[in-house]
Structures are given as structure tokens and as C-alpha cells.
Design a protein around this ligand. Structure first.
Ligand SMILES: Cc1cc2nc3c(=O)[nH]c(=O)nc-3n(C[C@H](O)[C@H](O)[C@H](O)COP(=O)(O)OP(=O)(O)OC[C@H]3O[C@@H](n4cnc5c(N)ncnc54)[C@H](O)[C@@H]3O)c2cc1C
Length: 397
């Protein structure tokens, strides 16, 4: 987007791409469907970034979700809106999004050199004047660093841009995973691998205090938990791990109060007095969860409905509303959907994306210390900052 916009605005543009083709990560997004933006209002957007959403006010005033949707529509790619105001290409193919951008750059004469990793930025008199590569230095009046984050390195974004920026004296906010699955300490969770839960409420607790809450779907894996609501909570979990105890509390019955759950258990045990408790609980829980629940509540699986004591029932009721899992660590950065941290927004001019430290150097995309939740916010930030950086680089060169 940055290269295309710069060329459209009149600059002669050379795009250096490390991999064999551009847009590899973009083609993977949204499970191959590319959730390219969200139709939410500006304020919803600003609040959907965990860090520095406000930095994007200026950027979004120049190029926002409606501009992005129009950009693709004008180039023959219409979009559809799905649950959560998520916008996808109507074709449901992320490859079509990549193709529009490829056509955009080629129609404006951007020259692309593939298999050409930038190794460093050449600075002269406080001004970026070129990029060092294995085949020599490419000179230019303006340089846009758009090397992405450090997750999914097989797509090409492996964090080299961060190191280049740091070597030039920029402050990097710590690079860490966000939108990432979480590993769970309790070993019994491994027995649940593949189990998906719908309509549950998960509360993130750090040092015993509530640090976030989401309602929706989650998934158990061989190492712990994943799925939409876990990914959304993960960034805040990552920020707390190592500082204090981080737990997830799962509420399996978010529509019922604690008393209502208790009343429901009383009804169930009364109605099925001769059945085993393990069978009765399948009316309230996925059957794979039942043995773990009974173990945690210290109740024998062959106890009959009639034999359940009030204290046992209360323990079960509490577990249904507040089943605790201890988060040990996030999955590694390589497995994260986005990278949190990056070049500090305090060192980037919000109207041009130009570095405040090195003249002629602009930043865009995941390089910048902005990370959003799922729903199209990360790509919109990348497209918008790219657009603004490209335009400013063309105008000021
Ligand atoms: C599996 C997955 C699914 C996702 N789904 C969504 C989604 O549906 N919606 C959403 O909003 N976000 C999604 N994201 C996040 C989104 O893809 C990123 O935030 C976005 O791609 C960042 O764009 P970028 O241009 O900054 O970086 P990237 O897309 O990572 O592009 C960086 C480019 O720079 C190149 N490069 C790196 N280093 C060098 C170098 N030294 N020299 C030359 N070239 C270099 C790379 O090869 C790459 O082509 C997803 C991410 C993943 C991993």
C-alpha cells in the first residue's frame, strides 16, 4: 500500500522484498479469507488497539475503513460484512486482496526486487539515503520501512526491521506476542484437546484482580487454550505473566447467576436420583469435561443423584461459574497473529509516519508499536499507515 500510494502520488518507487513474492502473510490472513477491516466507527477503532490507538487518529482522518473498502471496490473487489462488523472480500479469497495490491503497484510502475532483503539503512548527515543489501546499496531520497512484525517468520516478517530501526537510535517497545494461544499449567487440560466451547465467558485474572473479560468461543489444545476469546485476552495476559499469577476463569453458564446454577443442580439431582452423577452432569457440560470436573470437586463418578451432599453440589456450582486455569506462558512469538511492541510512536510523526530521529525515514504497519484485537483492526492500521507514509514520502521527496 505504501509503495503503491507513493508511486500514484508521483514518486519513482523501488520495493525491496526479502521473499520470493510480496504479500505472503496477507494471503494467510483470516484463514485465507482476509478480514481486511471492520465497519466500526472511528471511536470503536481507536479503542480496539491495546496500545497507542490514539496515535492513529490522524492516520484514520486521512485514510479509514470506508476509504479502504472503496479502494478495493474501485479495483473490482467488493466486500461483505460478517458478524462483529468484520469486512471480508466478497470472493472470500485473501489472494484476491493480494492481487489488487499487486496490480496497484504495477499499474503505477513500482519496480519490485524479490529475494532482496534489506540489511541496514544508510544514513548521511542524519538523513536516510539508502538501503544496504547483499548486492549493494540502493539510494533513494525517502525510505519506508514496512518489514512487519516478528511473528510467522516463514512469511518473511522476522523482525529485521526492528533491529534496523534500533541501530539508528529508535526506542523499541519490547517485542512480544499478542493474539496468541496460551499454555496452561494444569495437566488435566491436555485431556480436552480439540474440545471447543461456545457461549462461555472467560475472565482474565492477574494477581487475583480482573484484567479482562470476553464472551464467545474458545478451544482446548494439546498445550492449553486458544480460540477467538482467548486470543483477544492473550495480549493482556502476556503483559502480566512473570509479574503476577495469571489465571483464566471460565464461566460455563454466563446466562445464569450462581443461585440459578445451584437451583438447576438441585432440580437435576432430584429429577435423576438413580442416575450416576457423571451422567447427570452431561446435561450441563460437554461429556469430556465431566471427569475433570468431578476430580476437581472431589466427587466419585459413581455417586447417584440422590447421594449428592449440599457441600458437593456447591463445589460443582462454583466450578461451573468459575473454573480456574493457570496460565504458564504464551505460545512463542512465531505462533502469534500479531507482534506487540515495536518502534515507539513518540518517535514517529503522526501526520507523515516519518521518524523524528532520522529524516527521510518513514515507518508503517506492524513495525509500529500499535497492536489491535481481532476483527480487521491490524490490517486497517497497516493499510492506513502505509497509505499515509507512501503519500508523505512522495510529497516530500
Ligand atoms: C495467520 C495470521 C492471520 C491474520 N489474520 C488477520 C486478519 O484476518 N485481519 C487482520 O486485520 N490482521 C490479520 N493478521 C495480522 C496482519 O496480517 C498483520 O498485522 C499485517 O500483515 C501487517 O502488515 P505489514 O505490512 O506491516 O507486515 P507484513 O504483512 O508482515 O509484511 C512485511 C513484508 O516485509 C518483508 N520483509 C521483512 N523483512 C524484510 C527485509 N529485511 N527486507 C525486505 N523485505 C522484508 C516481508 O517478507 C513481508 O513481505 C493475521 C496475521 C497472521 C499471522
Amino acid at each position: 500500500m505504501a509503495a503503491g500510494r507513493a508511486a500514484e502520488a508521483g514518486a519513482r518507487v523501488l520495493l525491496l522484498e526479502k521473499m520470493g513474492r510480496v504479500g505472503i502473510k496477507l494471503a494467510l490472513t483470516g484463514k485465507g479469507r482476509c478480514n481486511l477491516t471492520n465497519s466500526g466507527e472511528l471511536q470503536d477503532f481507536i479503542e480496539s488497539y491495546r496500545h497507542n490507538g490514539k496515535f492513529l487518529y490522524n492516520v484514520f482522518s486521512r485514510f479509514f475503513n470506508d476509504d479502504l473498502i472503496a479502494f478495493f471496490k474501485e479495483r473490482g473487489l467488493s466486500t461483505v460484512e460478517e458478524r462483529g462488523r468484520r469486512i471480508f472480500p466478497a470472493s472470500q479469497r485473501s489472494q484476491d486482496v493480494v492481487q489488487v495490491l499487486r496490480d496497484f503497484i504495477s499499474s503505477h510502475g513500482v519496480r519490485v526486487l524479490i529475494h532482496t532483503p534489506g540489511r541496514g539503512i544508510v544514513v548521511d548527515g542524519g538523513r536516510a539515503v539508502g538501503v544496504r543489501t547483499d548486492s549493494g546499496i540502493f539510494h533513494g531520497r525517502r525510505l519506508i520501512l514496512a518489514t512487519g512484525g516478528a511473528s510467522y517468520p516463514q512469511t518473511g516478517s522476522s523482525g529485521e526491521g526492528f533491529r534496523m530501526a534500533e541501530r539508528l537510535g529508535h526506542t523499541l517497545q519490547p517485542i512480544r506476542p499478542s493474539l496468541v494461544p496460551l499454555e496452561i499449567e494444569e495437566p488435566d487440560v491436555r485431556d480436552l484437546q480439540g474440545l471447543a466451547l461456545k457461549k462461555v465467558r472467560v475472565t482474565l485474572r492477574a494477581g487475583g484482580r480482573k484484567a479482562g473479560e470476553e464472551f464467545g468461543e474458545m478451544l482446548f489444545t494439546h498445550f492449553g487454550v486458544s480460540g477467538p476469546i482467548i486470543l483477544t485476552l492473550s495480549g493482556d495476559a502476556v503483559d502480566q505473566i512473570g509479574r503476577q499469577k495469571v489465571e483464566l476463569s471460565i464461566d460455563f453458564k454466563p446466562a445464569l447467576s450462581g443461585e440459578q446454577v445451584e437451583a438447576r443442580l438441585i432440580r437435576e439431582f432430584h429429577a435423576h436420583q438413580r442416575k450416576q452423577i457423571s451422567t447427570i452432569l452431561t446435561h450441563l457440560l460437554p461429556h469430556r469435561l465431566v471427569p475433570i470436573f468431578l476430580r476437581r470437586a472431589e466427587i466419585s463418578a459413581d455417586l447417584k443423584g440422590t447421594g449428592v451432599q449440599s457441600a458437593e453440589r456447591k463445589r460443582l456450582g462454583r466450578l461451573l461459574k468459575d473454573w480456574r486455569l493457570t496460565v504458564s506462558r504464551p505460545r512463542p512469538l512465531e505462533e502469534a497473529i500479531v507482534t506487540a511492541g515495536g518502534v515507539s510512536v513518540n518517535e514517529i510523526h503522526p501526520l507523515t509516519m516519518e521518524s523524528k530521529k532520522i529524516k527521510g525515514l518513514h515507518f508503517c504497519g506492524e513495525m509500529i508499536d500499535v497492536d489491535g484485537k481481532t476483527g480487521g483492526y491490524n490490517l486497517q492500521a497497516a493499510f492506513s499507515t502505509g497509505w499515509v507514509a507512501g503519500e508523505a514520502a512522495a510529497k516530500e521527496s
